[in-house]
Design a protein around this ligand. Structure first.
Ligand code: CIR
Length: 257
């Protein structure tokens, strides 16, 4: 169960962040309203939520997930793979240090939290344009010291691993067609996002509830047999910047030493 989350309010320079999207620039009022709804949703699900102030000069800093990987024993501060995002970690350390001892990904490793999927004691680490082999190796070693196993998966489509693959409970993975049948997820049931609904693969499981982006009814229908409560949130202004539900928070379980 998650008890705490760390988020960061998007700053006025948010539309200047990295994106591959050709959609219109995000609307700031709507961006902030969608962020507030996201924070409210996490609070409704029982989490205490930190809302950190905008990090000036770092337009992508609201995507806090990329700056750390947090387990019950340790918070691993990442080394984000995009040069414009490298400095974001300095803004997250204090918030993490209040909850966990810190470890760090060191050069030449790079790693974005969006490439890291945890399912219990098992981690899937995506090697992507942002996360390199060395970053994956360092993370697997740090987590391994605490009894976690890691599988490395090459990310050939989408920005991050979790753009395409997420755990939705009941031994089930929600995947895009690119990852369906991948050997690393053999043994899990798989729900494949229908064509045109790939963005819905970034669905977030929090304390037994599935938080999914609104506007993906066929994926919602495929998730219904899991019998879990579903909350739909509008993430239109985050999608414009290649972001989604998982990226907007770091979720923490209670600490163990
Ligand atoms: C970026 O390109 O880094 C941001 N505009 C979006 C990051 C999304 N993060 C995530 O999926 N974990």
């Amino acid at each position: 169960m998650f008890c705490h989350a760390i988020t960061r309010i998007p700053g006025p320079d948010y539309p200047l962040g990295l994106t591959t999207s050709t959609m219109a620039a995000p609307d700031m009022d709507l961006t902030l309203a969608q962020h507030a709804a996201y924070v409210d949703c996490l609070r409704t699900l029982g989490l205490t939520v930190d809302v950190l102030p905008a990090a000036e000069g770092f337009p992508d800093a609201c995507f806090v997930e990329d700056t750390a990987v947090v387990v019950r024993e340790v918070a691993v501060v990442t080394r984000p793979g995009a040069p414009s995002r490298a400095g974001e970690t300095a803004f997250i350390e204090a918030a993490l240090a209040a909850h966990r001892p810190l470890a760090r990904i060191e050069a030449p490793g790079t790693l974005d939290g969006g490439d890291i999927l945890q399912v219990g004691k098992r981690f899937f680490i995506g090697v992507s344009d942002r996360t390199n082999e060395e970053g994956a190796r360092q993370l697997a070693a740090i987590l391994g010291a605490h009894g976690y196993e890691s599988d490395v998966i090459r990310v050939a489509a989408g920005l991050h691993l979790k753009s395409s693959l997420n755990y939705v409970g009941s031994e089930t993975m929600l995947v895009t067609a690119d990852f369906a049948g991948h050997p690393a997820i053999e043994g899990y049931r798989q729900i494949v996002c229908p064509e045109g609904e790939e963005y819905a693969a970034n669905t977030l499981l929090v304390n037994g509830t599935l938080i999914m982006p609104c506007g993906y009814p066929r994926t919602r229908d495929l998730l219904a047999p899991l019998g879990m409560p579903v909350v739909e949130l509008d993430t239109s202004e985050y999608r414009k910047m290649d972001g989604g539900l998982t990226c907007l928070s770091l979720r923490l379980e209670p600490q163990v030493s």
